[in-house]
Ligand binder design. Structure first.
Ligand SMILES: [Zn+2]
Length: 254
């Protein structure tokens, strides 16, 4: 059984071998101020853990920019309008092969201009594809559009591709197949310790920071409690470093 002790033992392994456990935090779908977004930002601030918020440029409401400007967080671009263009029965996808590449890139370009203009220095040109899915033909265009990074889900195969630095996420605390409920403490800790042990064994890129993935609009009490516990325990461990998204994505291979 995997529990908090398992995680602490894994962190201790890293500490004993003099290695840092690099973590980062991405939260998706910020579109307006609200209690959940406030709660999320408070956690980030209370624990001094940097937060990357992904925002869809065609979706956010006018009061979001001023609200996030009052907080210490980094904004990433979450596709364009978070619309599904896959036919019924297929996995949801906005940036897939269902539309011509130029139609998608025109949207992303327009979106990036809006993000730069609205969020100014809080925004970094990193693409977070909705549903963590993106066609290769779109990835190939991103650098030309000004993007320098990309983030999806599961361990990366390569740190840099097509002029983009990739830092994925690995610990999604939501079980989407179960209607968006909490995956549970054991499953969330299993995802986290699995990526750490894979890195330690060189079976996953040891340089990829392990990414926590949250969706604040969906959080219930059990998820808030898990996050509080996770931040509390990891921040109290000497091997752990929570990295700021802006720094994480600053080391771009040109
Ligand atoms: Zn999303």
């Amino acid at each position: 059984m995997i529990n908090w002790r398992t995680l602490m033992q894994e962190l201790d392994h890293w500490h004993c071998s003099g290695q840092l456990v690099k973590l980062w935090w991405r939260d998706d779908d910020a579109d307006q101020p609200g209690d959940n977004l406030r709660h999320l930002l408070r956690l980030s601030s209370d624990y001094a853990v940097p937060l990357g918020l992904s925002v869809s440029p065609a979706l956010f409401l006018p009061d979001l920019p001023e609200f996030v400007a009052q907080h210490d967080c980094t904004i990433l671009q979450h596709g364009y309008a978070h619309l599904n263009h896959a036919p019924a029965g297929q996995k949801k996808c906005e940036l897939g092969n269902h539309r011509p590449a130029n139609v998608i890139t025109d949207e992303l370009k327009m979106g990036a201009a809006r993000m730069h203009e609205t969020f100014s220095r809080q925004f970094i040109p990193v693409m977070v594809p909705p549903w963590n899915r993106i066609a290769d033909k779109v990835v190939a265009q991103l650098n030309m559009l000004g993007f320098t990074g990309i983030s999806t889900y599961t361990a990366r195969h390569s740190a840099s591709e097509q002029g983009l630095l990739r830092c994925n996420t690995h610990v999604d605390i939501i079980n989407w197949r179960a209607g968006g409920a909490f995956v549970g403490t054991e499953s969330a800790l299993a995802l986290l310790t699995h990526h750490l042990t894979m890195k330690r064994a060189n079976r996953a890129d040891p340089d990829e920071p392990t990414g926590l993935l949250t969706h604040h609009q969906r959080h219930d009490q059990s998820m808030w409690q898990f996050l509080d516990d996770l931040l509390d325990k990891t921040c109290g461990h000497p091997a752990v470093r929570w990295l700021a998204p802006a720094k994480l994505f600053a080391a771009v291979a040109h």
